[in-house]
Ligand binder design. Structure first.
Ligand code: SF4
Length: 178
C-alpha cells in the first residue's frame, strides 16, 4: 500500500495526524521503562501489555527489528486547560477507537502488522496476568512507553509534531508494517 493511501485511510478513520515511521529510528530505553516502574498509571505488573509482562527490551527490540516500515498516527483533541480531564478522556477514547478500527483494516492488508498503542491493553475487563496466558495474544496491544519508546523522540525523529499548544492534547500510536 502506498503511503498516500495509508494517509487517506488514517484520515477517514478519524486520526488528525499521520507520518511515515522508519523503524530504524526507534530506540528502546531502559529509562522509559523505569518510568513505568513508578506505576503512576497503576498498570505496572498488572497486565500482559505492561512491564514486566510485555517482555524484555531485548525481546521487544528483536520483534520491532523484523519490520522495515510503518506509520505514526495521532489524535489531537482540544482542551480548555491542563485540568480539563473530561476532554482528555474523550480524546483518548476517540484515539483508541480510531486505533482499533485502523488495526482491523491494516491486518486485512498486512497480516503481520504490529500495533503499538497509547496506554495499557484494554481488550478484556480483567487481564489474565499473571496467572493465565493472555486471552487474545493476537489482539494484545503494548503501549509505546511499555516498549521503552520515548514518544516525543520517536515523533521528532520521524517529523511528526508532538505538542500542539496549551489547549490541545495529543495521543500517539504506531503500526509497524512488513
Ligand atoms: S488481551 Fe486481555 S489478557 Fe491479553 S493483555 Fe490484553 S487485557 Fe490482558
Amino acid at each position: 500500500m502506498e503511503y498516500i493511501e495509508l494517509e487517506k485511510l488514517a484520515g477517514d478513520v478519524g486520526f488528525t495526524h499521520i507520518a511515515p515511521l522508519d523503524p530504524g529510528t526507534i530506540r528502546l530505553k531502559e529509562d522509559v521503562r523505569k518510568m513505568c516502574e513508578a506505576n503512576t498509571c497503576g498498570r505496572y505488573n498488572k497486565c500482559w501489555s505492561c512491564p514486566p509482562g510485555c517482555g524484555t527490551l531485548e525481546e521487544l527490540s528483536r520483534q520491532i527489528g523484523e519490520y522495515r516500515g510503518g506509520i505514526l498516527v495521532q489524535t489531537v483533541g482540544e482542551i480548555e486547560d491542563s485540568m480539563d480531564f473530561e476532554a482528555m478522556m474523550d480524546a483518548e477514547k476517540r484515539h483508541k477507537q480510531h486505533f482499533m478500527r485502523m488495526y482491523e483494516i491494516l491486518r486485512g492488508i498486512y497480516p503481520k502488522a504490529l500495533a503499538i498503542g497509547a496506554g495499557s491493553c484494554t481488550q478484556c475487563k480483567q487481564c489474565t496476568y499473571p496467572n493465565e496466558p493472555c486471552r487474545f495474544p493476537e489482539k494484545k496491544i503494548n503501549s509505546m512507553e511499555a516498549c521503552g519508546m520515548l514518544v516525543l523522540e520517536v515523533c521528532k525523529d520521524n517529523h511528526l509534531g508532538y505538542y500542539y499548544g496549551p489547549n490541545s492534547i495529543a495521543y500517539t500510536s504506531c503500526f509497524l508494517l512488513e
